[in-house]
Design a protein around this ligand. Structure first.
Ligand SMILES: Nc1nc2c(ncn2[C@@H]2O[C@H](COP(=O)(O)OP(=O)(O)O)[C@@H](O)[C@H]2O)c(=O)[nH]1
Ligand SMILES: [Mg+2]
Length: 317
């Protein structure tokens, strides 16, 4: 495969090339590193938005409504949906699916769903690569939609410039969110399904939990709660205003650059760990481990000693 020609076609925003490039990273194809390297000079223009929250909270509906409004504002949008039941790509109820597929047909929109396929290994890395591809393709905005359960999904949502946590009025949702680590990553909250009973109480509950987070530091960003009825397109402008307000805050406080720098640092650390793991567990070493297990079962050594010897032999190479 000619990665350099594929890269040029991605940069020219050819839909088939974008789809192919994401497949290259998704399937761990050997060309992935070269391709991403070719795209690197084009990165950094897209503003990245993470949308996460419990299943069924309305993340896809909100994503689709935000996308419609962004299109009206003349923006182009790339969406990475990490959700096997994404209505963008086939899951969910027919009505939702039709509505969202309409959005995804628009020339200014590119939607890609990435399956978790049971295991989450490498998913967060691949989702970030997909976002880089969409960024290089020149989309103004990249939206990650991930279910807010599991560390890997939270990592993806966190790898955005602005992270939105979507909750619903159901009692206990805010407390549940606090337990699962969603409270810490939100730049702001969307209380969707505000047409349901208990919406005002839910807003108060979230705000109460948030007061524990305030540190009274200078220029501190305090997450707000925006109410929406995504299924009826209500409150969408307010969400966009809040995204803009957060972006302006990041820019005026010089934190957008440092936030992205931190993201790059974490990305490199993550890649180093992936590379080390892949290179370490060669067939030879995996097979060799069996022999060492025999020694271990004879109680002649310890797991620590085996691991240490393996690593030190690896380091000498
Ligand atoms: N009552 C009500 N239902 C909504 C609202 N937003 C979305 N829904 C419905 O909730 C269901 C789940 O929405 P979806 O966007 O797929 O949730 P996700 O799993 O978080 O992506 C769908 O049937 C939507 O039509 C809302 O504001 N009010
Ligand atoms: Mg969804």
């Amino acid at each position: 495969m000619d990665t350099s020609s594929l890269a040029s076609r991605v940069i020219a925003r050819e839909r088939r090339a974008i789809a192919q490039a994401i497949t290259v990273v998704e399937n761990d194809m050997p060309e992935a590193a070269a391709l991403l390297h070719e795209l690197a000079p084009k990165l950094g223009n897209a503003y990245r938005i993470g949308i996460t929250g419990p299943p069924g909270a309305g993340k896809s509906t909100l994503t689709s409504e935000l996308t419609k409004t962004f299109l009206k504002l003349g923006k182009t949008i790339g969406i990475v949906a990490i959700d096997p039941t994404s209505p963008f790509t086939g899951g969910a109820l027919l009505g939702d699916r039709i509505r969202m597929q309409e959005v995804s047909m628009n020339a200014g929109v590119f939607v890609r769903s990435m399956a978790t396929r049971g295991s989450l290994g490498g998913l967060s890395s691949k989702a970030k690569d997909a976002a880089d591809i969409l960024d290089a393709a020149g989309f103004d905005l990249v939206i990650f939609e991930t279910v807010g359960v599991g560390q890997s999904e939270l990592d993806i949502a966190k790898a955005a410039d602005t992270t939105i946590v979507v909750l619903v009025p159901e009692s206990g949702d805010a407390v549940q969110a606090m337990k699962s680590g969603l409270m810490e990553i939100a730049d702001f909250f969307v209380l969707n399904k505000s047409d349901r009973e208990g919406a005002d109480q839910a807003v108060s509950a979230i705000k109460t939990i948030l007061t524990f987070r305030i540190t009274h530091a200078e220029n501190e960003w305090i997450p707000d709660v925006i109410q929406t009825v995504a299924a009826k397109g209500k409150g969408i402008e307010a969400v966009i205003t809040e995204i803009e307000r957060h972006k302006a805050y990041l820019i005026t406080t010089n934190t957008l650059i440092s936030k992205r720098r931190k993201r790059d640092r974490e990305r490199i650390v993550e890649l180093v760990e992936d590379l080390l793991r892949i290179n370490f567990w060669s067939k030879e070493r995996t097979d060799g481990l069996e022999e060492k297990l025999n020694v271990l079962s004879d109680k002649k050594t310890s797991a620590y000693a085996v691991a240490k010897a393996l690593v030190s032999e690896f380091g000498k190479k």
